[in-house]
Ligand binder design. Structure first.
Ligand code: AMP
Length: 225
């Protein structure tokens, strides 16, 4: 919990597989923030077989986006809770469309607060496809691990020892669709936030530690930490 003027409200942008989730996990620990991953939230709903989960699954399995109206409703409620608790937060996977970004900024205006930064983790497309095709996810903690040479039979989550699985939407055909959905719907957010003076970029190549060091340097330069 922080004083209102010290609160950080961060949007992470980047293609599927750019490392948003991993970087959000690192920031969350180091800066006492909470992470809201809309993908993780929807996957939990699917596991619980809830109404939202059943609706979301049909879109997610095809690599399509869940409708804006559904996502905006969820975000409105959760960000209101963060403000009530004066909790700094990271959005991983939201916004994914211009209408979602507009709704988010409007929501913040209504709450009388401002977005600190939209941070783009920049990774070339060929690298994204390569990472996603070799990505395995932990059933328990959602951490991801890359196995470019194939997953060893006895591999478990390096973070918590949990069982690893390959997300349905990390299969090759769906990956290609997710990439084209990203380019069409989400990439325009880069120019959108840039125009508003809210965009910052870091190179997302190299390992998670290298990327996290770049983010920390940027945050220091901007006086965020
Ligand atoms: P992710 O874990 O962020 O890669 O998200 C997995 C899938 O969840 C996406 O391919 C979408 O189908 C869905 N999803 C997650 N966040 C959003 C969002 N903000 N808007 C629409 N669909 C989303």
């Amino acid at each position: 919990m922080k004083d209102e003027e010290n609160m950080i409200r961060l949007v992470l942008l980047g293609g599927p597989g750019s490392g948003k989730g991993t970087q959000a996990d690192i920031l969350k620990k180091e800066l006492e923030m909470v992470k809201l991953s809309t993908g993780d939230l929807l996957r939990r709903e699917i596991q619980e077989d809830s109404g939202l989960g059943i609706e979301a699954k049909s879109y997610m399995d095809r690599g399509e986006l869940v409708p804006d109206s559904v996502m905006i409703g969820i975000l409105e409620k959760i960000t209101a809770d963060f403000e009530k608790e004066q909790q700094s937060y990271i959005l991983d996977g939201f916004p994914r469309t211009i209408p979602q970004a507009e709704a988010l900024l409007k929501m913040m205006e209504k709450q009388g607060v401002a977005l600190t930064m939209a941070l783009l983790i920049d990774v070339p497309e060929e690298e994204l496809v390569r990472r996603l095709s070799s990505r395995w996810t932990c059933m328990s903690c959602s951490a991801t691990v890359g196995y470019p040479e194939g997953k060893p039979d006895n591999a478990v989550c390096p973070q918590c020892g949990g069982e690893l699985y390959q997300r349905d939407d990390d299969k090759r055909e769906t990956i290609l669709n997710r990439m084209s959905v990203y380019k069409k719907n989400t990439e325009p957010l880069i120019a959108y936030f840039e125009k508003k003076g809210l965009l910052e970029k870091v190179a997302g190549t190299g390992g998670p530690v290298a990327v996290s060091e770049r983010i920390k340097t940027l945050f220091k330069e901007k006086g965020i930490v």
